[in-house]
Design a binder for this molecule. Structure first.
Ligand code: SIN
Ligand code: FE2
Length: 215
């Protein structure tokens, strides 16, 4: 636990959720300026877009991505693709600031040497939600998911390994990082509809960066 009562550093603390799963409160706060600048560069090349689920629904969350692979959903299913289907070009490289934060957070959570090769970027506006799901399209299902919250707060649902297992509700604020890997890697999770609000840096939106090791 880091608890800097007297310095200028923002306070961070950890909340264990389950074996291999932890919330690192405020962990991304010292990185926010760099993350937002890099986010602007990434989304200038790979703009946010609404993906279609294999069942034909338009997702309420808009998505972008960076790194060697991007997560893509369309009528044919979910997959990781080295090319952005919107531009037919490779996804933007993962910015150094993204990579460093993901590595640091994973190490802090007990997963040293984390080398994510994909970062999915989710943008939520009020009302947008993500239904309960597992992240299971990655070949590596032990390396953790590192999930960084920026902007408006959201209610994260964290469940078990089966869809009907009970879920806990975890409020996530700007700068919080959730890490789940090892025995928790395939836990179901989701996000309740975003509430209206205005964040001083991001306005009426929430950005979530989720890092994965795909290959
Ligand atoms: C995700 O499961 O991909 C995103 C979770 C979140 O937005 O907090
Ligand atoms: Fe997910």
């Amino acid at each position: 636990m880091t608890f800097d009562l007297f310095g200028d550093e923002p306070r961070t603390w950890r909340e264990e959720l389950a074996p291999g799963a932890v919330v690192l409160r405020g962990f991304a706060l010292p990185h926010v300026d760099a993350l937002l600048a890099a986010l602007g560069d990434v989304t200038a090349v790979a703009p946010f877009r609404q993906m279609i689920t294999p069942g034909g629904y338009r997702m309420s969350v808009t998505m972008s991505g960076c790194g060697r692979y991007g997560w893509v959903s369309d009528h044919s299913g979910y997959r990781y693709d080295p090319l952005d289907p919107t531009s037919s070009q490779p996804w933007p490289a993962m910015p150094e600031s993204f990579h460093l934060l993901a590595r640091d957070a994973a190490a802090e959570a007990g997963f040293p040497g984390y080398e994510p090769d994909a970062c999915l970027i989710n943008r939520y506006v009020p009302g947008a939600r993500l239904s309960l799901h597992q992240d299971k399209d990655e070949r590596d299902q032990v390396a953790p998911i590192v999930s960084v919250s920026l902007g408006l707060p959201a209610m994260f649902l964290f469940g078990g390994l089966h869809r009907n297992d009970p879920t806990v509700r975890i409020p996530l604020a700007h700068g919080d990082v959730v890490v789940w890997g090892g025995p928790s890697r395939l836990r179901y999770h989701g996000v309740l509809p975003l509430k209206e609000g205005c964040h001083p840096l991001l306005g009426a939106e929430r950005i979530n960066l989720t890092f994965r090791k795909v290959r």
